[in-house]
Every structure is written in structure tokens, then in C-alpha cells.
Design a protein around this ligand. Structure first.
Ligand code: C2E
Ligand code: CA
Ligand code: CA
Ligand code: CA
Length: 278
């Protein structure tokens, strides 16, 4: 048995090295992309279902590498969390998004709020609130126009420190959203003590609305729960009118999804602002 295991080990090793090489390349590339400012942000509008107006947008990272091609954030964000680049990425995104939205609001006389995705790892770092103060001072953004989306985490991550950080951010006027709600591991009890403003219902639930009656029951229950906790609701990944109608009927405040718009480049979002006379 021992010798077999030895063989397997030898067979396995080269693969591990290959994996390590790939990771090293990716890490170098991502590091350079960040330094040379070749990462980009696209902005997906969020719509108020009562007024049908754009109230803000979510900033989403885009990375095109000349050799690797388009790298989806779903792939490189977990990697960045693993290799320690996630904090630098988070700061870059906050700066970029805040400066952009401050400019849009100023030039077009708007009150748009930008939502930035922040990794639970990053927000749990000491000094996060100080960094936010710096970004606000640097970009001159009114914190009421800044929102932070944090993915629903495991219960163990809801530490006292994290809750304090979130309280400080909210005291500044920043909106806090719980992203991908319904897919994580937090218990309802935690939701009660976790001081957020908005629940973002994950697309997986929105997708189930149309074919299944149980899908409607689920969405309706999630919206009721949010409202019972005094939270606002954003439904993400809305693609069809039928989904929209169910969400509206059940009192969902905001939606986001391809039905209204894909995430847009700065140029295209500017066009949207100008054309729709917001
Ligand atoms: P997320 O925060 O849940 O973002 C929503 C994702 O759904 C985005 O994918 C968006 O383009 C996509 N989406 C929006 N509307 C629709 C729709 O109607 N249908 C479908 N099928 N998809 C829709 P994207 O941009 O590929 O981002 C994937 C994930 O990567 C994000 O999920 C987020 O977790 C992460 N991510 C993106 N940008 C950042 C960032 O700046 N920082 C961090 N930490 N994570 C980011
Ligand atoms: Ca998000
Ligand atoms: Ca989400
Ligand atoms: Ca997600």
C-alpha cells in the first residue's frame, strides 16, 4: 500500500507545480494590472420600482489581459483573496468608483449612489474605517452616495470588530448591503444583530419566480422578512418582465438586471444619463 501511495504522489506532484506556476503568473499579472491602472469598472444601474428611476449603480470589476483574455471577477476575486491582493483591489475600486460618481453627480446635478463590492476579508482588516475616511477626503464624495456590498458570510465571521466597523461606516452615512442574500450561511438570528440597511436577494431566487409557484412564495417571504427587520430590498439578476411584476407586487423597492441594463462602461453610463434626462 505504501509504494502505491508513493507512486500516486509522484504522479501528482508535477500537476501541483503546474498549478503553482499558473498562480504565480496570475498573481504577477493581477499585480501589474492594478499598478498600471488597466483594471476597469463597469456600472450597472439600480432602479427604483415605484418611480422607475435610476437611483444609483453597482460598480463591477472588468479585467482584460492581452494574453489571458477576459478574466471574470468570479474567478480572480477569490484568487485575489487567496494571494492577499484583495485589499489593494478594494481600495482601488473605492477610489475609482467614488471619484467617478462624484463627477457624474456634480456635472449632471444628480444624487446617484454607487455600490462597491468589498470582500469580508478586506472589511475585517484593521484600519478599514481610516482608509474610508481618506477615500472620502480625497474624492470629496458625500458618504450618503456611497454604499458597500458585503457577501453573506458564515456566522463565525460576524465578529464584534466587524459589527463595530459597520456601525462606524453607517454613522458616516454609508449604506451597507448584504449581498447574495439567501445563498450564505447566516442564520436569521444573526440578521437581527447585523446592522445592515439593504438585503440583496440573490439571482438564484429571482430566476425561480416565473416557472414555479414556490419561487414566488420564497421571494415574497424574503421581502416580508426584510421589511419586518426594517431593511430595504434589492432584487438582482432581473431579466424578465414577469419577474419584475411579481417583485413589484410584493413590495420590492429596487431592482437590478439585464431587463433594464447590463453593467455599462463609463462612456455608456454617461450616455444613459444624458439620453434619459435623469
Ligand atoms: P455580484 O456582486 O453578485 O454581482 C452581480 C453579478 O451578476 C455581476 O457579475 C453582474 O454582471 C451579473 N448580473 C447582473 N444582472 C444580471 C442579469 O440580469 N442576469 C445575469 N445572468 N447576471 C447578471 P460579474 O460582474 O461577472 O461579477 C461577478 C461577481 O464578482 C460579483 O457578484 C462579485 O461577487 C464579484 N465582484 C465583481 N466586482 C467586484 C469588486 O470590485 N470587488 C469584489 N470584492 N468583488 C467583485
Ligand atoms: Ca454585489
Ligand atoms: Ca450579488
Ligand atoms: Ca455573487
Amino acid at each position: 500500500a505504501k509504494s502505491t501511495r508513493g507512486n500516486q504522489y509522484r504522479l501528482y506532484r508535477p500537476n501541483m507545480e503546474e498549478v503553482n506556476d499558473k498562480w504565480l503568473l496570475l498573481e504577477t499579472k493581477l499585480h501589474q494590472a492594478l499598478k498600471k491602472d488597466v483594471l476597469e469598472l463597469h456600472y450597472q444601474p439600480k432602479i427604483n420600482l415605484k418611480t422607475n428611476k435610476v437611483i444609483g449603480m453597482e460598480a463591477l470589476l472588468r479585467w482584460h489581459d492581452p494574453d489571458l483574455g477576459y478574466m471574470p471577477p468570479d474567478h480572480f476575486i477569490p484568487f485575489a483573496e487567496e494571494c492577499g491582493l484583495i485589499n489593494d483591489i478594494g481600495v482601488w475600486v473605492l477610489r475609482k468608483a467614488s471619484a467617478q460618481v462624484r463627477a457624474w453627480n456634480q456635472v449632471h446635478n444628480l444624487n446617484l449612489r454607487v455600490a462597491v463590492n468589498i470582500s469580508p476579508i478586506h472589511i475585517s482588516t484593521t484600519g478599514f474605517v481610516d482608509m474610508i475616511h481618506e477615500v472620502i477626503a480625497e474624492t470629496n464624495i458625500d458618504p450618503h452616495f456611497l454604499e458597500i456590498e458585503i457577501t453573506e458570510m458564515s456566522m463565525l465571521d460576524y465578529t464584534e470588530d466587524l459589527i463595530n466597523t459597520i456601525k462606524q461606516l453607517r454613522a458616516l452615512g454609508i449604506t451597507i448591503s448584504l449581498d447574495d442574500f439567501g445563498t450564505g450561511y447566516s442564520s436569521l438570528n444573526y440578521l437581527k444583530t447585523f446592522p445592515v440597511d439593504v438585503l440583496k436577494i440573490d439571482r438564484a431566487f429571482v430566476r425561480d419566480i416565473v416557472p414555479e409557484k414556490s419561487g414566488i412564495a420564497m421571494i415574497s417571504a424574503m421581502i416580508s422578512l426584510a421589511h419586518a427587520l426594517n431593511l430595504q430590498v434589492v432584487a438582482e439578476g432581473v431579466e424578465e418582465e414577469a419577474e419584475l411584476n411579481v417583485l413589484r407586487e410584493h413590495g420590492c423597492e429596487y431592482v437590478q438586471g439585464y431587463y433594464f441594463s447590463k453593467p455599462l462602461s463609463v462612456e455608456d453610463f454617461t450616455k444613459l444619463i444624458v439620453d434619459s434626462n435623469m
